[in-house]
Design a protein around this ligand. Structure first.
Ligand SMILES: Cc1cc2nc3c(=O)[nH]c(=O)nc-3n(C[C@H](O)[C@H](O)[C@H](O)COP(=O)(O)OP(=O)(O)OC[C@H]3O[C@@H](n4cnc5c(N)ncnc54)[C@H](O)[C@@H]3O)c2cc1C
Length: 320
């Protein structure tokens, strides 16, 4: 197996999910290699080495400064053909999904996406993927090489394994048509506290909150616990909270130490995004709500009474 992991960087740091995929790849292929593309990224190679990369390929070019997919597809095509990688793994992001899809077309390669695990079975790479609304997990494979895969966000935790890596610079011609797209504007939402992907504590709100204003209850509790706020699809679709906070099948997969679900029924599509949380606490007025089937601690009652009291208690404990 000759494996390459595409590492995405954001504001001068390697993205956590990329490092998670690299750590997993290192556990399957002790000679795993990584690639960094950007205007000024060589300084990140040491971090890649700490998470298992034995060799880090670097291409620096001002034309790679903006997070646009097509120039990256050119660079990856050059590298993969030159080095003969048979497996190329990506942590799923909007950028990586664009790159992986275009690269699959360029290389006439198979791309499996939304994988939640990759294992070796008799020396053969097998992907695990949810299907039928995440109700079953199926094995998927590839019929040709290179094998391309996008791993679902939040699937693998980065694990430091120490070590050093050879840093190898490479160059690639960037096609004219790949440079035709221009990034006109880039914006990101400012939010306080940790993001739901990184938070140890998440307080999530569902339709049981009753109105968008009541998200303040969830926000206050999250603030008191030093955590982040998440939401169900029902409230995101209703415009009560931004999509970036959605947890579940069509949102993010999270695995905090503590997940407090307020007014959430616990539908399977929500469960798949948070079931690997350390401790799940559910507050719901319906004792038959499905979330109680998998919550570690269930509180049956009205969240409008319970959540503010809980916030008060947490604040008092913290102040003591
Ligand atoms: C293809 C597909 C993809 C989907 N993807 C996602 C996804 O990514 N994420 C996601 O979350 N959902 C997803 N869904 C939707 C999912 O099926 C559910 O509809 C959704 O999760 C329900 O959200 P909810 O729990 O906020 O609302 P509801 O199901 O309406 O539950 C509200 C809960 O609040 C409780 N409640 C009401 N008032 C109070 C009160 N005062 N105090 C305490 N409890 C109260 C009720 O008892 C109820 O259990 C998807 C569905 C489909 C078909």
């Amino acid at each position: 197996m000759k494996t390459l992991v595409f590492l995405e960087d954001h504001e001068g740091k390697l993205q956590k999910d990329s490092l998670g995929v690299l750590s997993k790849a290192a556990s399957l292929d002790s000679e795993v290699e990584a690639v960094l593309l950007g205007a000024d990224v060589e300084g990140l190679a040491g971090e890649a080495a700490r998470y298992g990369a034995k060799r880090v390929h670097v291409m620096e070019d001002v034309l790679l400064a903006k997070p646009l997919p097509q120039p990256r597809v050119d660079a990856l095509e050059t590298l993969i053909r030159a080095e003969g990688f048979d497996t190329v793994l990506f942590a799923a992001t909007v950028l990586s999904a664009d790159i992986a899809a275009a690269l699959a077309a360029r290389l006439d390669a198979g791309l499996n996406w939304d994988l939640t695990d990759v294992v070796l079975d008799d020396g053969k790479l097998v992907g695990k993927r949810p299907a039928l609304g995440d109700s079953v997990y199926i094995d998927v494979g590839w019929t040709s090489e290179p094998r391309l895969a996008l791993i679902r966000s939040g699937t693998f935790e980065p694990a430091e394994s120490g070590g050093e890596a050879d840093v190898v610079r490479f160059e690639s011609r960037l096609q004219d048509f790949s440079l035709a797209a221009e990034m006109v504007e880039q914006a990101h939402e400012e939010s306080e506290g940790p993001s739901i992907e990184d938070a140890d504590v998440i307080v999530a709100g569902g339709r049981g909150l009753g109105s968008p204003e009541n998200f303040a209850l969830v926000e206050e509790l999250a603030k008191a616990l030093g955590g982040a706020v998440a939401a169900t699809r029902a409230v995101v679709d209703a415009g009560w909270y931004p999509y970036a906070a959605q947890v579940g099948q069509t949102g993010k997969t999270v695995s905090p130490k503590l997940y407090v679900a307020c007014g959430i029924s616990g539908a399977i599509q929500h469960k798949v995004g948070m079931q690997s949380s350390g401790l799940i606490v559910a507050i719901n007025k319906d004792p038959n709500a499905p979330i109680f089937e998998y919550a570690d601690l269930g509180v049956v009652g009205d969240l409008h009474e319970i959540v503010p009291k809980l916030t008060e208690l947490v604040r008092a404990r913290r102040a003591a």
